[in-house]
Every structure is written in C-alpha cells, then in structure tokens.
Design a protein. Structure first.
Length: 183
C-alpha cells in the first residue's frame, strides 16, 4: 500500500488589523474546501429553516415573539408590539427571507447580499434571545453573524457559485460597484 501525501502549499496574507500590520500563512489547498463547506452548511441551515415555515400554513412569527422571548429581555415590549401589530408582514418576510437567503448561500448567487441579510436576521434573533442563559454575551446567532461576515469577506460565492459567472457579464464589468453584491 502506497500512501501519497500532497505537499501543502501555503500562502501569506498581509493585512492591517486595529492599526497593526499582521502576516499569517494559510493553506492554499484547503481554504477553498473549507469556504465551500461553510457556505453550503450555512446555506442549508437558512434554507431549511425557511422552507419548513413556508410549507406550514399554521406557522407565524407571533407565537415566537409572544412565547419564546426570555423573561427580562431588554426589548420585550418591541417583540410584543411586533407580534400584535406586524405579524401579518413579518411572517412572510421571515419565511421567504430565510428561504431566499439560504438559496443565495447554497448557489453562490448574490452571495454578499445574501450574507448581509442573513447576518441582519441573526442579529435580530440574537437580540430576541437576551438575556442569555448559557453565556454572558454571545450565542450561536453571533457565530452565524461573524461566519457570514467572513464568508462574504472571502467572496465564497465565487467558489463553484453562480456569482463567478455573473461577474463575467458586461453589465458587471461596466459597473464594478455591482461586485459588492456578488462574491
């Protein structure tokens, strides 16, 4: 039995963080796999959370906003108002929003836009879960926020994603600012 080990190629990244120059190495070979896997996992997480709400005609944000918010939440009154006065709008926005964000992440389409709105939704969920029972400040929702930020910063939508093709369109080439939505 012969074991073939591929030599790991590394690249160096230079950046500035908090006013300090930093340099670090990363594996050129594995970073693409890691970004693609994280993108697909996050995409499925959002898509599944959305589609199960879409196909359930009984689902509404109302029950979550009225009964799942922990006692002592600093925004308690906001959630009650949203449940009583805005459920008619927030229910389809939540259903469709989660589903479309998931599809955007899964397919790498308008990836940065999808990641941004996904992060915004997670910030709302984070605020709804205050005070935290198992941690002082952070919950899984903040992990999602920063994971989506990182995936957007790396342009993970270009890895086997539709955004790689969209960026080749003449309209994008003529309007490079459109790339802020892609990647």
């Amino acid at each position: 039995m012969t074991l073939i080990v591929q030599q790991m190629t590394t690249r160096e990244l230079d950046s500035e963080l908090f006013g300090r120059d930093i340099t670090f190495e990363y594996s050129e070979h594995w970073v693409g796999y890691a970004l693609l896997a994280l993108r697909l996992i996050m995409g499925w997480t959002f898509f599944y959370a959305g589609i199960i709400k879409v196909v359930n005609p009984e689902w509404s944000v109302r029950s979550f906003l009225l009964f799942a918010i922990p006692e002592g939440n600093p925004f308690g009154g906001v959630w009650v108002t949203m449940a009583n006065e805005w459920a008619w709008l927030l229910t389809p926005l939540n259903q469709v929003g989660l589903t479309l964000i998931g599809l955007g992440l899964l397919t790498g389409t308008l990836f940065r836009l999808s990641a941004f709105f996904g992060a915004m939704m997670m910030l709302f969920y984070w605020a709804a879960h205050m005070p935290f029972e198992n941690s002082l400040i952070f919950s899984e929702h903040m992990v999602y926020v920063f994971l989506l930020f990182g995936l957007g910063a790396f342009g993970a939508g270009r890895i086997f994603g539709i955004d790689a093709k969209l960026e080749q369109l003449d309209i994008v080439k003529r309007n490079p600012r459109l790339k802020i939505l892609l990647g």
